[in-house]
Design a protein around this ligand. Sequence first.
Ligand code: ADP
Length: 511
Amino acid sequence: MARIEEIAGKGSMNILITTSEMAPFAKTGGLGDVIAALGGRLALAGHDVKVFLPKYSSVYQTGVSGEASQESCVISINGADYPLRWEVYQDKKSGLDVVFVINDDLYHRPDIYTDRETGLDYPDNDVRFIFLSQAALAIAKRMKWKPDIVHANDWQTGLISVYLKTLYGEDPFFKWTRSLLTIHNVAYQGVFKKESLLKLGLSSEYMLDPKVFTHRGKLNVLKASIAYADKINTVSERYASEMQTVEYGYGLQRAMRARNADLIGTLNGVDYSIWDPATDKNIAQTYDSAHLSLKAKNKSALQRQVGLPVRNKHALLGMVTRLAEQKGIELFEEIADDVLGLDVQMVVLGDGDKKYVEALQAIQERHPKKFRVVIGFDDQLAHQIEAGCDMFLMPSLYEPCGLNQMYSLRYGTVPIVRETGGLADTIIECDKERDTGNGFVFKNFSSDELLEAFCRAHDLFMDKKSWKKLQKRGMAEDFSWNTAVGRYEKLYRDTMIAKEPQVVFEGATAV
Ligand code: ADP
């Protein structure tokens, strides 16, 4: 108990973060950036932080390796034994430890989640992430390192909160350990055939109420994690309320509502040591708000780089995105010919669903001098698009937080966004008369509304003086982790003193 009182005050904490992504080792989207920045900041603030990440092929490719543990062990999943080794790498700047969880059969593969050949999720993703959650606790114990907080992220590591209360429920080693689950995207839930329940390794008493573990007849890992976590947060306030609705809850809205009292929204921060045009090493010309005219050099460099004619006067629109349903590609597809009928060019960098790849390639065929799509994951080009474009498009169906709109602000690249999730919490419609706002916002998921928002942006773009004022307002905003990290520290302390979630079964039963 003394430990909890100490933590509830200002004491430093032992924080175990489990994640399936962390930049620069493994990244498909915002999660990778968030974990890298948050982990580093917490360590700099004096906490003992260990991030547990699988040693994927992408980690081997960075050439970074840690100190190999002398120990190894085996994790049994449904009768099969999976060997576990680990390495600890310490980031010298922050003092953060990254524990690479090693099982080459499970993780040493070309991509993180999906099989390149089939385009589908790896069929053993259940085993891969059950292994990760069990491994993190097993390793912590072998290191004799007692976490105060276990911070799980999304379904891939959510099971750790289940294991703390089941497999390790009676273990004095974890007696004071509490768990926080951050949901970065409720649409990804870890849904597997019911038979996968056996792989969880739990005795049937824990599965007395199958509604905690299953949803619509299938194992649902996120739902179980929601039921067991001591506290839950998501990455913006707007999304915290949206995810409790039918429209945005992707079937788990009732499970979310059952935990409403323990659910909060915590906006992500931006790592300005990586995303700032004044210091960005990836771009042709650095600039800041006092030297905004230098941004034009990045525009022409980008146009040349992607093979578009260099046109300074044309508005250059950008997008950097996973090509997934969430991102509203089809809204843009519907209005592409209208937009590109004006003096406008556009560059899209993305990777993902074939149908969006094909749709974007078809636009490029129709507008070869105005539209470029680059398929793949390219961090440097992502920076160049932020720096070189005039406007950045995010017409998302939903957007838990979104990082690119905040990056865009800092680069003087005006965001055009749909009013949802973190986009709604960060972007405010520009009012030219009052000199307020930082971008352009549309409400409904409608291509007409997107086109109207684009036209408002384009009109203002023609008024150079007002446009510059708008850019400067955005560049002056501060979404840094300096404030965001304090929100997490508070959340961890609140989690430490939170009551055990008695709602676990009642709430989940109501689902
Ligand atoms: P999400 O997490 O839903 O993908 P976010 O806006 O929160 O969306 O974060 C996306 C992050 O991933 C940003 O850092 C963005 O630059 C990066 N990103 C997305 N797609 C690509 C890509 N194809 N190439 C390079 N970076 C990408």
